[in-house]
Design a protein around this ligand. Structure first.
Ligand SMILES: Cc1cc2nc3c(=O)[nH]c(=O)nc-3n(C[C@H](O)[C@H](O)[C@H](O)COP(=O)(O)OP(=O)(O)OC[C@H]3O[C@@H](n4cnc5c(N)ncnc54)[C@H](O)[C@@H]3O)c2cc1C
Ligand code: FES
Length: 289
């Protein structure tokens, strides 16, 4: 699928959780071309500051209406500027970029989805696609494990519970739902309720993804993890978004994948997680997860 530049128009901007905004954009070509799990690079503001485009996931895609939705958290200058933009502001998008989520082949078996913080953004469109193409998959066979640092950072309950899927919420500080990390909530619930998903989807901080990946590998469950790294170009030109990857069979050389063009969605087995952990500083995504 080819990528293109599109001038989008802000239709609506609403604060939906702590420092978290939902933006509805008129972007007909993007809405027509994008699929769940892909992303686009957004020119936050004209001029030199911020200079680089910022990557954002498609939170919802409405091809019929020619609209897309973005769910974003304010973490720095670009997202702060974005949160100040009023309806009718024009924004330049480059996309759709990256691979997308694959829907499960076996429509009848349950799927598990783990979302950490703003990682819920692309997973909402995935859930809608699963519901639309579910075949014999019942809504309640979609198990969403959704965690954040604190209650204020979670999307309102009605946004997800109204879909009829099984939602399990948790917070790191215990202010809502399960008291602890979403990965522990997932592990315990899957064990207690004997949930053996046919596919495990996840998006969230790298530390969370590391635990999700370990679970998937231990339980031999195919996984599709939407990973993040700092991006400058978004199209494979700057090589800035590299993550250490598993080498092809027979090779001992260091191997890297680029999140923007090889991903952002990867199977747990394709990343060398221990190399990310040993980089010293925690992955930068900790800052806003
Ligand atoms: C494929 C992809 C999809 C994304 N989708 C979404 C989304 O749907 N919603 C959303 O809120 N965010 C999303 N992000 C993250 C988003 O791009 C960053 O939050 C944004 O670029 C920050 O811009 P800023 O100018 O506000 O912050 P900056 O001023 O650029 O940075 C503020 C601080 O955050 C750190 N930081 C910035 N970007 C990242 C990053 N990608 N990973 C780790 N640390 C970072 C910086 O190191 C800095 O310390 C996505 C990132 C990727 C790679
Ligand atoms: S962001 Fe430039 S290569 Fe990935």
């Amino acid at each position: 699928m080819s990528k293109f530049l599109e001038e989008a128009l802000i239709l609506e901007q609403r604060e939906v959780a702590q420092q978290t905004y939902r933006l509805r954009l008129r972007a007909g070509r993007m809405a027509e071309a994008a699929c769940a799990g892909q992303f686009f690079m957004l020119q936050v503001r004209e001029g030199m500051d911020p200079l680089l485009r910022r990557p954002f996931s498609f939170h919802r895609i409405h091809p019929g209406e020619g609209n897309i939705e973005v769910l974003y958290r304010v973490v720095g200058r670009g997202t702060w500027w974005l949160s100040r933009c009023a309806p009718q502001t024009r924004l330049n998008l480059l996309g759709p970029l990256g691979n997308g989520f694959q829907l499960p082949r076996n429509a009848g078996s349950p799927v598990a989805i783990v979302a950490g913080g703003i990682g819920i953004a692309p997973l909402c469109e995935l859930i809608h696609r699963l519901l639309a193409s579910r075949g014999t998959l019942e809504a309640r066979d979609i198990h969403l494990f959704y965690g954040a640092r604190s209650a204020g950072e979670l999307l309102p309950e009605s946004d997800l519970e109204d879909l009829g899927i099984s939602v399990y919420r948790g917070t790191d500080d215990g202010s809502l739902g399960y008291d602890g990390f979403v990965t522990d909530l997932f592990r315990k619930t899957a064990e207690e309720k004997h949930i053996k998903p046919s596919v495990l989807y996840a998006c969230g901080p790298l530390a969370m993804q590391y635990h999700v990946a370990r679970w998937a590998l231990e339980h031999r469950v195919p996984s599709q993890l939407s990973l993040e790294s700092l991006m400058a170009c978004g199209i494979g030109a700057c090589l800035g978004c590299a993550l250490p990857a598993s080498a092809p069979a027979g090779s001992t050389a260091d191997h890297y994948v680029h999140v923007c063009k090889d991903g952002p969605i990867f199977g747990a087995e394709s990343i060398q997680w221990h190399k990310i952990q040993t980089h010293g500083a925690p992955p930068p995504i900790f800052l806003y997860s």
